[in-house]
Design a protein. Structure first.
Length: 320
């Protein structure tokens, strides 16, 4: 597989969840991958960084273990050594995914709130130390209703304390020169266009920015081009992901909800996202970031990244 001859002025990056398919590692399950990362963190990280270089990807978003801060430090010995390894390879971290708000049962609980804020402080300091700019955060998942036959409403009373903790996290990251950006995660309270409108209204634009994920926006019944245009002053980073269409199943939120999303996602160009229009909208609003790909647990991450890069180089050439 060869690189495209088309050119784009933007760097290509990837969310490292792309490398979470156990088959890529010759393993049979996620537990084996976790064990490998614990026993041989350097092997795991070297493999990921080798693959990025082979795919022609220069930027990355760190995420859950083993593609996280602690495993990276275990692999290279220190934050400084990890940063030096990235520089040696011509790679850079632009962002990290922050799941502490998303996974919180009750953001009004004092202990939970303290844990979220402490984690944000630690992560922001790490990102600042390696020259990264953004902490990308999911908000809590939607709750099932009391009857167990649907989802509970996300009303103003639900949204206010969540927006409050987001503002507090944004204030912490800002002190480190890192910007908090909210990510549109399917079946979270920040998913549909209405959700985005609500939480961006309730959060302070000086503290909280917006990370649109095109694939998840499509699953929520939205149009990424319209949503980005509407919130143009808040967009600082974006996840480029394709999808087949809106998720119309009456699914409850449980540990299997993410697996039910995956059949809807597509390789770039094989879904319904209008990539030239999306790129043109980003160019119009003065977007300065790169093209950050997201492929969930890719079976062939190098090949699939090259294919996505080739397609998007052609689709955005002369636009972004």
């Amino acid at each position: 597989m060869t690189a495209s001859t088309a050119t784009t002025t933007r760097a290509f990056g990837v969310d490292l969840i792309t490398f979470f398919d156990p088959g890529f590692w010759g393993l049979t399950g996620s537990a084996e991958l976790e064990a490998l990362a614990a026993a041989e963190p350097r092997r795991v990280w070297d493999t990921i960084l080798d693959a990025l270089q082979e795919a022609g990807v220069t930027e990355l978003e760190m995420t859950f273990p083993p593609a996280d801060r602690l495993t990276a430090i275990a692999a290279y010995g220190s934050v400084e050594a990890f940063a030096a390894e990235l520089e040696r390879r011509g790679l850079s971290v632009v962002s990290a995914y922050f799941a502490e708000i998303e996974h919180a049962e009750d953001v009004t609980d004092p202990a939970t709130r303290a844990a979220i804020l402490a984690a944000a402080e630690t992560e922001a300091a790490f990102l600042a130390g390696i020259g990264a700019s953004y902490l990308v955060a999911g908000l809590p998942m939607r709750r099932n209703n009391a009857e167990g036959d649907g989802l509970a409403p996300v009303d103003l009373a639900t949204a206010l304390p969540i927006a409050g903790i987001a503002n507090e996290v944004g204030a912490i990251t800002a002190r480190h020169g890192v910007t908090l950006a909210l990510h549109t995660e399917s079946h979270s309270v920040f998913w549909t266009p209405r959700d985005v409108d609500l939480f961006l209204l309730l959060t302070d634009p000086f503290l909280v920015a917006f990370c649109p994920d095109t694939g998840h926006i499509v699953l929520g019944g939205g149009d990424p081009v319209q949503l980005v245009s509407r919130h143009r002053e808040r967009v600082v980073i974006a996840h480029w992901k394709d999808a087949a269409g809106a998720f119309r199943e009456n699914a409850l939120v449980d540990e299997g909800i993410w697996e039910r999303h995956r059949p809807y996602f597509r390789a770039a160009g094989q879904g319904i996202v209008d990539w030239p229009a999306f790129a043109a909208t980003l160019a119009e609003i003065g977007y300065e970031g790169g093209i950050l790909l997201e492929l969930d647990a890719a079976s062939d991450p190098v090949g699939q990244l090259i294919a996505a890069r080739n397609y998007l180089e052609d689709a955005t050439a002369g636009i972004l």
